[in-house]
Design a protein around this ligand. Structure first.
Ligand SMILES: Cc1cc2nc3c(=O)[nH]c(=O)nc-3n(C[C@H](O)[C@H](O)[C@H](O)COP(=O)(O)OP(=O)(O)OC[C@H]3O[C@@H](n4cnc5c(N)ncnc54)[C@H](O)[C@@H]3O)c2cc1C
Ligand SMILES: CSCC(=O)[O-]
Length: 404
């Protein structure tokens, strides 16, 4: 057998499924792989399978625009995303894989008096929760982003922004690869090209899953399948208050360094950063219809580029190289679902919508704790599916930013 160190030097095995595991994680994205990693590393539960119908990291984890921040309004959301941001700050060392987390800051821009009042309110709430956040005026934004039109000639003049210096971007697929390699080194089985086609439920208790490679047993199952979670819930006889929509992104031809922070504007409805390779990474809102196609409609692309050129007129001649989409699982209050279900031993971690990449380590950590202990982690508890019965929603449409 390879030593732990030798294990670590490899990528990951492609094992044959065992008949039974202590825990099954459905979904080989960042959240699922991270959950398996923390189960093994922090809670000593290593007899775990991550079941992935495609290839690991092939879903939203490797399709997103990689913005990482924690400047959400409500205490519950700030606690969750700030827990994650703190894990991001040590993640490369922890999993021994460079996830290229670059704390270049994030600006959420305001264009009206009401925008600025909302920004001031959110920044005040952030500071009360120990989240680094400050309000900048137009001059402060211009100093950070010389290429941006902060003049009064703009159709939507920039009045200021919230600024989170510790926020930034990371290399998305490296997160999946890093968590996969680290989990595998602990003995976690990552079963790719293995689709869960149903749940084995008896007397209200989960006993495992049906897959295209046969049945696999476990009495603890965590479903972490993002845009496909509504379909998974239906297989288990559950209803999820969630809609799956296409969310698109674009990248441009590589440019010389021109933008060294992240700029997001809810108002003109677009956001942009520049990757280490030089391409502009651009996104905006979801396509309004429900869809599972991992692609969106052209009007959304057009609207996105109008928003970018409104903020950066000098980018109007830049050529776009690629466009793609993912399937985002959006909840009515723009917050996730981290929850037990009425089926004993079956948990869901989904509903991250357009903003779950930033939560990857934090979500995985608290979800692993919940699966290990059989009780929801205090940071996860407010995001129970029951909130849609009790009405205790956590409305983050403002801070969830552009894409909702
Ligand atoms: C275009 C775009 C831009 C985004 N930008 C940002 C951003 O800048 N910042 C941010 O914080 N968030 C962003 N997001 C959201 C973020 O990408 C997601 O919330 C997050 O990555 C979800 O991670 P995950 O691991 O839960 O899902 P995924 O990575 O989608 O993993 C779920 C996995 O489950 C698998 N699966 C589904 N059904 C089954 C089944 N039956 N059996 C087995 N496996 C199954 C899928 O194949 C998939 O690999 C963006 C999303 C998109 C699409
Ligand atoms: C897709 S929007 C990115 C974010 O939520 O910071």
């Amino acid at each position: 057998a390879l030593s732990h160190h030798e294990n670590w030097q490899r990528q990951w095995r492609n094992p044959t499924p065992k008949k039974a595991y202590d825990v099954i994680i459905i979904g080989g994205g960042g959240h699922g792989l991270g959950t398996a990693y923390y189960l093994a590393k922090e809670f000593g539960i290593r007899n775990v399978a991550v079941i992935e119908k495609g290839w690991l990291g092939g879903g939203n984890t490797a399709r997103n625009t990689t913005i990482v921040r924690s400047n959400y309004l409500w205490d519950e959301a700030a606690a969750l995303y700030e827990h994650s941001l703190k894990l991001w700050e040590g993640l490369s060392q922890d999993i021994n894989y460079n996830v290229m987390f670059s704390q270049r800051g994030v600006l959420n821009v305001g264009h009206t008096l009401q925008d600025m009042r909302d920004i001031q309110r959110r920044v005040n709430a952030n500071r009360l929760n120990g989240v680094d956040s400050e309000v900048l005026d137009a001059k402060g934004v211009q100093e950070l982003v010389p290429a941006m039109d902060c003049s009064q000639n703009a159709r939507y003049p920039v009045m200021g922004a919230s600024w989170q210096p510790r926020a930034g971007v990371a290399r998305h697929d490296a997160v999946a690869w890093g968590f996969a390699r680290a989990a595998d080194a602990y003995g976690v089985d990552i079963l790719q090209q293995t689709e869960v086609t149903g749940f084995k439920i008896r007397d209200g208790q989960i006993h495992g899953v049906h897959t295209n490679r046969g049945d696999i047993e476990a009495k603890t199952v965590g479903c972490v399948t993002a845009g496909n979670s509504g379909v998974m819930a239906k297989m288990a006889g559950l209803k999820m208050p969630m809609e799956s929509h296409p969310l698109q992104a674009l990248v441009s031809e590589p440019l010389k360094p021109v933008l060294d922070t992240v700029v997001m504007s809810n108002h003109v409805h677009g956001y942009i950063s520049q990757s280490d390779k030089g391409d502009l990474v651009i996104g905006a809102g979801i396509d309004g219809y429900n869809g599972y196609g991992q692609r969106g409609s052209y009007p959304t692309v057009e609207h996105t580029l109008q928003a970018i050129v409104e903020m950066f007129p000098s980018f109007s001649r830049v050529r776009m190289n690629r466009q793609w989409g993912g399937i985002v699982d959006t909840c009515p209050d723009a917050c996730p679902i981290l929850s037990k279900t009425k089926v004993k031993g079956l948990y869901f971690n989904c509903g991250w919508g357009t903003g779950g990449f930033k939560a990857t380590p934090g979500s995985a950590h608290v979800f692993a704790s919940s699966l290990a202990k059989g009780e929801m982690h205090p940071i996860a508890a407010p995001f129970s599916i029951d909130r849609f019965n009790t009405g205790a929603l956590i409305d983050e449409h403002g801070a969830a930013g552009v894409a909702h």
